[in-house]
Design a protein around this ligand. Structure first.
Ligand code: EPU
Length: 348
């Protein structure tokens, strides 16, 4: 990059230089972006992306920052879409389709749908982050995934600024995975997500003790499911506003049936669930716990006391410490069980 980006791109869009991202990554790490812009429309986002391209400046799309680990300062332009708005596109007796700006806070969207009796997102209550980030890792919790309700995803390509709309199938959603984490990684910016929600929802209550938790409030309905999910999450998961974290740091791994039986014989209380293509899913949290890391400290970072899948910044921690801890955990799990666990967070 030989020249600098324009600081005032338009009347409404300014670019900040050397922006501290401490409040923009839920680990709360002290990292900086060379440039930072928060466009409020797709046009503003394209303007910034276009200038960055001219200067050969790399661009990173950053939503709520609740699923990223910055390992160092970012030497490019961080684009933080603040595109707002929830618009009803069409509806009939069964369904309602809504288009949601990428910058809408995910849990505000869930609250909006629950208040209007629209089912599909209630089990995903209280997940931190923005709506635009939800399809990227196909966020999931308590038996539901974003893909169950996504109709299409809209945005533009960063290289030629052309628009795209991908229907659900083209998004190639899988467990904590999508085309946006693979072929399109670093190539696009999501501006809007369209959801298809149900006016006659079938509730998904079979995960863990969710059903039991809901019945404390009465017969299941959307609002009670939301309340129960919030209650369980608050009990188990640390609030990033109080303790820096990015939710589950690792994905739950899958193994073949032979390996699953071997582990079951050695650890009879090990949670093992059927997964796609005849494979079995293990609870990474349990593996990490057996390795003795639950509640562990490593310098100023550590493992959460109630959920071993969650790594935390206890205050003043650094990305390097977190990476060291993550490597230690992966090695311990590999050595003890012969199972590899992969990070779920986006390491930048
Ligand atoms: N478990 C342990 N020890 C632990 C953690 C979990 O033994 O330290 C056991 C639990 O007792 C349970 C099983 O593992 O039998 C599953 O635990 P939990 O219900 O807490 O779910 P998880 O598999 O650890 C996943 C998601 C979470 C999501 C919950 C609930 C992944 C990587 N994580 O965690 O998502 O909230 O299920 O649906 O799939 C996130 O993605 O950031 C996230 C928090």
């Amino acid at each position: 990059m030989s020249k600098n980006l324009n600081v005032q791109m338009s009347k409404n869009l300014t670019v900040q230089k050397s922006k501290n991202l401490r409040t923009m990554n839920s680990f709360g790490f002290d990292v900086r972006a060379l440039y930072f812009a928060a466009p409020r429309t797709s046009e503003e986002a394209k303007m910034a992306a276009s200038e960055a391209k001219e200067l050969n400046c790399p661009v990173l799309a950053l939503g709520g920052g609740s699923n990223v680990l910055f390992t160092r300062d970012y030497q490019g332009l961080v684009l933080h879409p603040c595109i707002d708005g929830i618009v009803v596109m069409d509806e009939d007796e069964e369904c309602c389709r809504i288009a949601v700006g990428a910058g809408v806070v995910w849990d505000n969207l869930v609250a909006y749908t629950v208040e209007r009796g629209l089912g599909g997102l209630e089990n995903l209550s209280l997940i931190p982050g923005s709506t635009g980030a939800a399809p990227v890792q196909n966020i999931g919790a308590y038996g539901a995934e974003a893909k169950d309700a996504v109709d299409s995803v809209e945005g533009f390509y960063l290289d030629d600024l052309s628009d795209f709309t991908l229907d659900k199938e083209s998004c190639r959603f899988a467990y904590r995975d999508s085309i946006f984490k693979r072929e399109l990684k670093g190539k696009i910016l999501i501006t809007r997500v369209v959801f298809r929600l149900s006016k006659r929802p079938a509730y998904s209550l079979s995960y863990g003790n969710l059903d039991e938790e809901i019945r404390k409030y009465g017969e299941p309905n959307l609002d009670r499911i939301r309340r129960a999910v919030i209650e369980i999450r608050r009990r188990k998961l640390p609030d990033p506003a109080e303790l820096g974290n990015a939710g589950s740091f690792f994905k739950n791994p899958t193994v073949d049936a032979v390996k699953a039986n071997e582990l079951r014989a050695m650890y009879p209380d090990m949670p093992i669930f059927p997964s796609a293509e005849g494979r079995m899913k293990l609870a990474a949290g349990k593996l990490i716990e057996i390795c003795g890391f639950k509640g562990a400290r490593h310098g100023n970072v550590g493992v959460h006391e109630h959920q071993a899948l969650v790594l935390v910044n206890r205050g003043g921690g650094t990305p390097a410490e977190l990476l060291e801890l993550s490597d230690k955990i992966r090695k311990a799990v590999h050595d003890k069980f012969g199972v590899d666990i992969e990070p779920e967070v986006n390491v930048i």
